[in-house]
Design a protein around this ligand. Sequence first.
Ligand code: 5RP
Length: 230
Amino acid sequence: MNPDSLKREAAARAVDLVEPGMRLGLGTGSTAKHFVALLGERVRGGLDVIGVPTSEATRADAEAAGIRLSTLEETPALDLTVDGADEIAPDLSAIKGGGGALLREKIVAAASARMVVIADESKWVETLGRFPLPVEVVPFGVAPTTIAVEAAAVAAGCAGRAVLRRTREGHAFVTDGGHLILDLALGRIPDPAALAERLAAVPGVVEHGLFIGLVRTAILAGSAGIRIET
Ligand code: 5RP
């Protein structure tokens, strides 16, 4: 089965967790896109739920799928968020932000009673860090912020370069919140909690893509079928 079919399988299993009346966080990325499409099918079949999207891209997909949308201002407490991930470790800590939506994704996840991550099994890793860690920063002072982000990594026991994310056209990638993304290539993060604390203390850092203590369940699709980690 190709990776996209696996993503769809994981998304389909997550749709089974949705109950009538639920307030849902809708994730971002190619796996979450399958979830939104499949949820839309159920909504058009009569399921009544409300969704809070984690990006403008997901908002557009959810609207097109016919899902009733809300905001965290109107609906500050959610029942379930379903989102993708770039890496997931056995303690269910994760790296997110490959699509640049990590800030809204983390706010929505934190407002949810339960966060379920859906992914193909290639995202399951023993130790986080092979995927460059996205760090969302304000544009002002991005040069010193980059240096401070690299120093924070060293202080947390890892080292690597932070590179400004660019679009295919070579422009700086700008998030839905108007910020920039530094991709911090570390190879291995021995102590994610220590790194999270160091990064959060850097002036100019808005948020980082380490999701620690947020994911309750991972639904992983592989060639041998679906595996659920809790
Ligand atoms: C977006 C994300 C995505 O959920 C993550 O990058 C996984 O994406 P995909 O499902 O396309 O592999 O964090 O900011």
